[in-house]
Design a binder for this molecule. Structure first.
Ligand code: TRP
Ligand code: SF4
Length: 400
């Protein structure tokens, strides 16, 4: 019914590193050519945890968007915008807050987890409790179907689905709903209407997913239905009211665990990162000083790649031949660790070269970034406003 929109956001809480590139951005670049994509800077979400360090947020926004562009995110394909410049997100968040049960929010696992993890911060705030609801508003306002996120965000997507379902249940039934639904069915034409009724009954009675799918297919193919009829029929098929907000799905990024300089997952909190646009000298130095298999104290000691963080990086950056060379050389003490590290250094630098190139024009002329975001925000506001009109009407706030 709605375009297969993809939406994802990132909080501007620090410079991006190669873990973000491999875990998130590479995937965004792929998706942008397959779906209409919206990618945004979640600066309000950053405020929920950084409300006492606001200076970093503005500066990080600009830098982060340059990192996206450097990675190949393309503003002529995807819409890039900043959450706080699309105030409709806040309006939807407010309206959803009227009907979002407090217990649902308290139950979201990240609520307690993050409070414990970031125990140096006072996160007993109204805004932090509402974090998943703001995220639900981000997603639902674009009727996005696919939300590329990591494993840790799945509960937030599930929460968004529940909020959408509750919203549609509460507000999706207009007065005279059954009658109107029957009118809409008739507009399918007698043959299709008969099939639609059969499939609907079958799904309602037996929960047969095949019937649901077939019914959806039938509606998707039906020409010359108005948007209103279409929405009503999709909702009616499932036994609910009109679908005003669409249930999104998590699009799990296949877990490519990017190792950091110490072999743990690359993460800012472990201080083991290589920045996305780190300069070559610094990359070289970081990799040269990486720890290796502790058993290789001297050049003649044999080692075991399985115990070495450098090997983890070979798995990301080297081809089979280089890996064989490194592995055999390590186990036989045929090569030294500095030698072994060189192809990894080369691999990282090779990956970063086009990033530096792409970033340069934005560094030279920051108004380019400003313009990209202005365009993106404008587009986002238009799309968001379409949904808000339906939401306001459904909640008795419309003027139509
Ligand atoms: N909570 C997400 C994170 O920490 C960021 C985010 C905010 C987001 N709103 C979103 C992601 C909407 C996907 C969709 O990574
Ligand atoms: Fe690690 Fe390579 Fe040294 Fe072996 S030779 S310990 S794999 S850096």
């Amino acid at each position: 019914m709605f375009a297969d929109r993809v939406l994802s956001g990132m909080r501007p809480t620090g410079a991006l590193h190669l873990g973000h590139y491999h875990g998130v951005l590479k995937n965004w670049v792929k998706l942008q050519s397959e779906f209409p994509c919206l990618f945004f800077v979640a600066d309000w979400h950053a405020l929920t945890t950084h409300y006492d360090e606001v200076a970093v947020i503005g500066a990080n926004t600009q830098e982060m968007v340059i990192d996206w562009l450097a990675s190949g995110v393309d503003p002529s394909q995807a819409t890039l915008f900043v959450q706080s410049r699309v105030p409709q997100h806040a309006e939807l968040h407010l309206l959803l807050s009227m009907m979002a049960p407090l217990s649902w929010l308290e139950r979201v696992p990240t609520y307690k987890d993050q409070q414990e993890k970031l125990s140096e911060k006072d996160l007993t705030t109204y805004g932090f409790l509402g974090y998943p609801l703001l995220q639900a508003a981000d997603i639902l306002i674009y009727r996005a179907i696919h939300v590329p996120v990591g494993e840790d965000q799945v509960p937030h997507i599930e929460f968004s689905r529940e909020v959408a379902r509750r919203f549609n249940h509460l507000y999706g039934k207009e007065p005279g709903y059954e009658l109107k639904a029957e009118e809409s069915v008739k507009k399918l034409g007698s043959k299709r209407a008969k099939l639609y009724r059969e499939l609907r009954d079958k799904y309602q009675e037996t929960g047969d997913d095949g019937a649901l799918e077939a019914g959806r297919g039938l509606l998707a193919d039906a020409q010359n239905l108005s948007m209103g009829d279409r929405e009503r029929l999709f909702g009616h098929l499932e036994g609910g009211g009109k679908i005003i907000l669409v249930e999104p799905e998590a699009l799990l990024t296949q877990s490519s665990r990017m190792p950091g300089l110490d072999g743990q997952k690359m993460s800012k909190s472990y201080h083991n990162t290589i920045a996305l646009r780190e300069d070559a000298k610094s990359v070289e130095k970081k990799i040269r000083t990486m720890p290796t298999d502790p058993a290789r104290v001297r050049r003649n000691d044999v080692g075991d790649p399985a115990k070495c963080p450098v090997w983890q990086l070979h798995l990301v950056y080297s081809d089979d031949k280089t890996r064989e060379w490194a592995s055999a050389g390590c186990k036989s003490a045929g090569i030294g660790c500095i030698e072994c590290k060189q192809p990894v250094i080369d691999g990282v630098l090779r990956e970063q070269t086009p990033m530096h190139e792409r970033a340069q024009k934005y560094l030279d002329d920051p108004t380019l970034v400003k313009n990209i975001l202005e365009d993106g925000c404008e587009k986002a506001r238009k799309l968001a406003e379409e949904t808000m009109r339906d939401v306001r009407n459904a909640m008795g706030l419309g003027n139509e």
